[in-house]
Design a protein around this ligand. Sequence first.
Ligand code: CU
Length: 334
Amino acid sequence: MKLAGIAALAAMAALFAPVSAGAQDAAAPVAVQATAPDAALVDAVTDAANVEVGAYTPMAPTKGKGMPTDPRSDEPGAMAKSLTFQDQYTDNGEYALGMHDYILLPVITVISLFVLGLLLYVIVRFNRGANPVASKTTHNTMIEVVWTIVPVIILVVIAVPSITLLARQYETPPADAVTIKATGYQWYWGYTYPDHGEIEVISNMLPDEEAVRRGEPAQLAVDNRMVVPAGVPLRIQTTATDVIHAFAVPSLWFKMDAVPGRLNEKLLTIKEPGVYYGQCSELCGSRHAYMPIAIEALPADEFAAWVQSQGGSMPGAEETPAAEPEQVALLTAR
Ligand SMILES: [Cu+2]
């Protein structure tokens, strides 16, 4: 709202400039100044301000994208979808989900079924009734070699993608990455944009009814989202002012602690525009469950419009001139 006011002031400044200039050299404009500004002019000013501010409207989330799936919803496959990971919208997320789906889950399933089979076999074949005289065998070199080598091979197979994923997650952001600092507070998030004229966004959870009214998931929707450009590397920094929080967004495969007195940093590249929800993931006090995260990824030009609507500036662009004190006085007088 404050920013809307500043934009309105900037628009007013542009409109009033010729009037004040005219007042210096002719008698007639004095009358203009003395009368109350006419309604049409006020409307024009308001419209101009609205066009400027209205350049950004919060994006409507897509059902099932960037948010958990409710198993009771009538969406096809909702139950199955609610049991596994959310769809991923980063390269690392896709890699990790692939590792889970095609390596870990099959290995776990085969091993569990194999052990269950052995157990059932032993129960049936070697119980006291079926096998009254127990064998005295204590060693079998072949079996011992196999049950040592096979698990080693399985672990090596898992270690390769696992260490690769770990390394990918700690890749250093490139020098031109867009920096956004997320600060955890008891109990909300603040986002600052040091590259964009120090914009600060304070993000609080919306009440349930308001979230539902806006078509957003209750307890995940926020009043002001963390808006970022899609498809470009982001340098996400996390810190906290009071206790340890954690910045986590499941559909982006992103989780990082926010620790007071310390700045953590990680690379994040969101593949496509959308709204992605997350939550604080470090028990941080009584309202820990009520400090959700909503990231809105926008195409580059819409992100630039959002930056402008927040009174910020794109790196390398001219700063937007601030309103002069006398214009502020003029606006308050009206
Ligand atoms: Cu927290």
